[in-house]
Design a protein around this ligand. Structure first.
Ligand code: SAM
Length: 423
């Protein structure tokens, strides 16, 4: 979409075309285009409206129902922060006393809108004219235009003395190709500007790729990794006065809040490593594990239960803190599976009961699974080069029982653990 096509969508004809396209989105695109054209919508407008309706449909997962009235581009939607994550960040900023915020490189405005919903006055800067126009429209469509001012321009020229805090989510994809950028020096705005912000503004938050090299975390900053329903979605650097702990893993999970006994709705979830929990207002509960991220977990043998830590815990280097809490050990100092004698309910890891431990051998594994009448397996792996799909084929399973296979290393030896759910 370009600015001209966006303007066409905002005319009464465009709005009617969008309305009609919304009813057709998700179906066969050729049939939908034919239906719009037979209703008298010009071909160009029909194509733009159908693309927009399809983007809105996909955006509901990230933005909730508000997406149905917002405007998107494909790259803008891909880069946008999920609402559940943006809202938690905004609420933390508000709780820290922030009332004015600059969003430097605001994209379509997911973070800016969440901050405004939390009651923060936002100055959003976006270099791309179309994206800036859409962000402005999105603020209007969500009733937040009074709290969000969008400026089209270069974020590096923004006068940061105008605000109490800055947020920057630099572009990590190449314009045009959409390819991911792994070198932070090639981010836009560039990394030296982003880290320089933290030196100029006492309250700075930077969203970064979850794969960020720990060596790049500015001294004194808090690094937080966030997962949503088991998917690692982002990392954020909380700098200056906003840093509370060295490392934090925030685990957002569908379902009711659990207490330390794994019972819904109980009192506080206590963790030796410094954990807290709270609900975020949606159906998701938020659990936070915090710590130094520097200690190493003790190593021991494979025990009755294996824990597969959440990716946010692993990336935050908080596996040792979790191990201490669970009374667990590693079986290999470099592999983040934890082993314990008891199955302790925890939101920070999935727990399985180990029924068999075998040195990795296709023949032996196949024989064992045949004997147990296992016909369905899920395959987890850390520290193994085996391709799960190939293994699944090679096992030629026949039976009606399920099992979980954990492919890993124990004492440097390739090992497979046959497991079942821990109750
Ligand atoms: C990752 S996106 C931001 C997404 C946004 N946080 C959201 O959740 O919707 C980064 C944005 O920064 C913009 N950008 C990159 N360099 C910029 C610069 N120097 N000044 C202003 N905007 C810039 C890009 O055009 C892109 O839209």
């Amino acid at each position: 979409m370009d600015l001209e096509q966006f303007a066409a969508l905002r005319t009464p004809e465009g709005s009617a075309a969008l309305h009609a396209a919304a009813r057709l989105a998700g179906g066969d695109p050729l049939t939908a285009a034919a239906a719009l054209r037979s209703a008298g919508v010009p071909a160009g407008l029909a194509a733009t409206a159908l693309t927009q309706a399809e983007l809105r449909r996909r955006a509901v997962g990230k933005f909730g129902e508000a997406a149905t009235g917002m405007f998107f581009t494909r790259p803008g939607l891909e880069q946008a922060t999920r609402q559940v994550v943006a809202r938690r960040r905004a609420e933390r900023l508000r709780a820290a006393g922030v009332s004015t915020l600059a969003d430097l490189g605001c994209g379509l405005g997911a973070d800016a809108l969440a901050a405004a919903r939390a009651g923060i006055r936002v100055y959003a800067v976006e270099a791309d004219p179309l994206t800036a126009a859409l962000a402005e429209e999105n603020a209007r469509a969500t009733g937040l235009a009074d709290l969000v001012t969008v400026e089209c321009g270069d974020a590096t020229a923004f006068d940061v003395t105008r605000v109490e805090a800055v947020f920057c989510d630099p572009a990590r994809r190449r314009t045009g190709t959409g390819r991911r950028i792994f070198d932070p020096n090639s981010y836009s705005p560039p990394w030296h500007f982003v880290t320089g912000l933290a030196e100029r503004v006492p309250r700075t938050v930077v969203k970064v790729a979850p794969g960020l090299d720990h060596a790049l975390i500015p001294a004194g900053a808090e690094a937080e990794w966030v997962s949503v329903d088991g998917d690692l979605v982002e990392a954020a650097l909380w700098c200056g006065e906003l840093a509370e702990v060295p490392r934090r893993a925030t685990v957002l999970k569908e379902g009711p809040l659990l207490n330390a006994s794994g019972i819904a709705g109980g009192p506080s979830y206590h963790l030796a490593g410094g954990g807290t929990h709270r609900t975020d207002g949606s159906a998701r509960a938020a659990y936070q594990l915090t710590g130094e991220g520097a200690t190493e977990a003790p190593v021991g043998p494979v025990r009755r239960f294996v824990y597969d830590p959440d990716p946010a815990v692993v990336r935050a280097h908080l596996v040792a803190e979790l191990a201490a809490d669970l009374g667990a050990t590693l079986a290999d100092p470099t592999i983040a599976y934890l082993y314990a004698d008891a199955a302790t309910p925890t939101p920070y890891a999935r727990c399985l009961e180990v029924t068999d431990v075998l040195p990795f051998s296709l023949k032996r594994l196949r024989a064992l699974l045949r004997e147990r009448r296992v016909g369905r397996v899920e395959i987890l792996k850390r520290g193994s080069a085996v391709e799960p799909e190939r293994l699944r084929r090679d096992l030629r399973l026949a039976g009606d029982q399920p099992a979980s296979l954990v492919l890993t290393r124990v004492d440097a030896a390739p090992t497979v653990l046959v497991c079942r759910p821990a109750h």
